[in-house]
Every structure is written in C-alpha cells, then in structure tokens.
Design a protein around this ligand. Structure first.
Ligand code: SF4
Ligand code: MG
Length: 283
C-alpha cells in the first residue's frame, strides 16, 4: 500500500513561503494514502490560479486545465475512466467567478468526485485583485475605494444546489483537513470542500491569525446533526460562513454513476485505461 510519500514528486512548488496551499497539497497526499489509493488510481485536475499548480505537485495522474474549467475536465476524466478516484481543485476566483456555472451544475449532477477549493479571498496569481469571496470594503488594485459587492457564500450555494457532501476546513488544521478529504473521497457522490488557505503575499486582512480568530469549529456543537440540510443552512448563516468541519452529508442520495443504467458495466472509453503501475510508469 502506498504511503503519503509516494504521492510526492520531485517538482518544487513555486508558491510563496507560508502560502496555505502547501498544507492542502500535503493533506491530499496524506488522505490519498490513508484511503488506500496507489498513485495510478488517482487523478488531480486543476484550474488556473496559484492553487491550480497543485496538480503538478502530486505524484498521480494530473491535468492543469484552463481557468474555471477544472470541473468539466474532472467530470470528463471520471466518465471516461470510472475506476479512477478524481479530485478537482482550484481557487475561489477559479471556482466561484468564471467557473461558478460549472460548480453549481457539477454539484447538482453529483458525480463521484471531490472538489477542493483553496479559498484565499483574493486573486493571488494575478497579484492581488478582489475576488467573489473578498469582503465588502476590501481594498485592492481592482477596488481601490473598497469592494461594494456582496460576498459570495459558497457553502450556502452548495447546499442550495443540492450538494450531498459539504465541508469546510483551514489549511492550518491539517489533521481536520486530511480527515475531511478522506471522507470526501469515500463519499459516493460529489464532495465539496472549501478550504481557507491564506495568501500571505497579497491578502493582509484574511491572515492566519484572522482565520484563527474567526473560525467556528463544529466540534463546539456536539449535538450538531450533519444529516440535516436545514440545520446546516442555519449554522452556516449563524456563523457567517466561518464554520469548519463536516457540515452536511447525504448518504442516501444515489450518485450520477448509480443512476445511469448500465454505467457500472459499460466501458465508456474505447482505449485501454487499465489502472496498472506499468501504464502509469510509462508516462
Ligand atoms: Fe500563495 Fe498568494 Fe503566493 Fe499565490 S501569491 S503562491 S496564493 S501566497
Ligand atoms: Mg483566490
């Protein structure tokens, strides 16, 4: 069985020292090993943004796609080779601005993939512009007088779109993040995991200390029932979207794959997509 070290490659990330995305990379590697995957059984598909580089830093199949399009590609990969465990990843600009249409429809489609958003509440790669997740009043080069737009709530949107798995974590809490990614991979259906992943270079407001002060861990509510959609929506709204942990899971609803007659039996792709180490090593 592969250890998390086998999901490392020799590519050195060019993220800024201290970027939250390092922990997300490590958590994916640990979760993949913990659920018993081999590198050739995993595909990581990413969009554009600093966070989009993550697919190149994990020893697995991967594709660094185009802006906002991680999810269409990831869904195509899953449909072409249903034996693969597929993780889609990107940032808040990628997934909640240009890619929001895909995000909502992928959630309601409920294919068995895991979507991890590295939410730093800014556009980092393009050197610090206001994103849909930036707070009202947030000042950047693109909103020098402060943003006058409402801040988007991805958790509320995911629940409204019919998500069957909604979780949120913080890159500093790698233990929680790893266990949520493990749970997301095991969940039969679309798993949405939003991760507060600070941009230490351009976002001087939503820092590690700021998140530590504002995050509300669901562990504080031992009676919380993550199978209740109403309880989930209430708790999201009560905490201003700052809660972390497993917020909602519907284990009953069938995934897209389960609802398509013959999907499990039929080969959707004609080429040999056998998940063997030999095929993987040829790449
Ligand atoms: Fe991370 Fe921000 Fe640096 Fe991008 S600019 S690598 S998001 S710290
Ligand atoms: Mg961002």
């Amino acid at each position: 069985m592969a250890t998390f070290k086998e999901f490392r490659n020799n590519v050195k990330p060019n993220w800024c020292p201290g970027c939250g995305d390092f922990s997300v990379q490590a958590a994916i590697q640990r979760a993949a090993a913990a659920v018993g995957l081999e590198p050739e059984q995993l595909a990581v598909i990413s969009g554009i943004g600093c966070s989009g580089r993550i697919s190149g830093y994990i020893n697995a199949y991967g594709l660094h796609g185009i802006h906002g399009r991680a999810l269409p590609i990831a869904q195509g990969v899953k449909l072409a080779n249903r034996e693969l465990t597929v993780i889609a990843s990107g940032g808040d600009g990628d997934g909640f601005a240009i890619g929001m249409g895909h995000t909502v429809h992928a959630i309601r489609r409920n294919l068995d993939i895991t979507y991890i958003v590295m939410d730093n509440q800014i556009y980092g790669l393009t050197k610090g512009q206001t994103s849909p997740r930036s707070a009202e009043g947030f000042k950047t080069k693109s909103t020098p007088e402060g943003s006058i737009e409402n801040t988007l709530s991805p958790l509320e949107i995911a629940l409204s779109a019919g998500a069957t798995f909604v979780a949120q974590s913080f890159s500093s809490d790698i233990k929680q993040l790893t266990s949520l990614i493990e749970a997301g991979i095991k969940h039969k259906g679309f798993s949405f995991i939003n991760v507060f992943s600070p941009c230490v270079t351009f976002n001087k407001i939503n820092t590690y200390d700021w998140f530590k002060e504002h995050i509300v861990n669901l562990e504080q509510f031992p009676d919380y029932d993550p199978t209740s959609r109403v309880a989930a929506m209430n708790k999201i709204m009560e905490t201003g979207g700052m809660l972390t942990g497993l917020i909602y899971q519907d284990r009953e609803r069938q995934s897209y794959e389960e609802l398509v007659p013959g999907f499990k039996e039929a080969a959707l792709a004609k080429q040999d997509l056998t998940l063997s180490r030999d095929n993987f090593d040829k790449l």
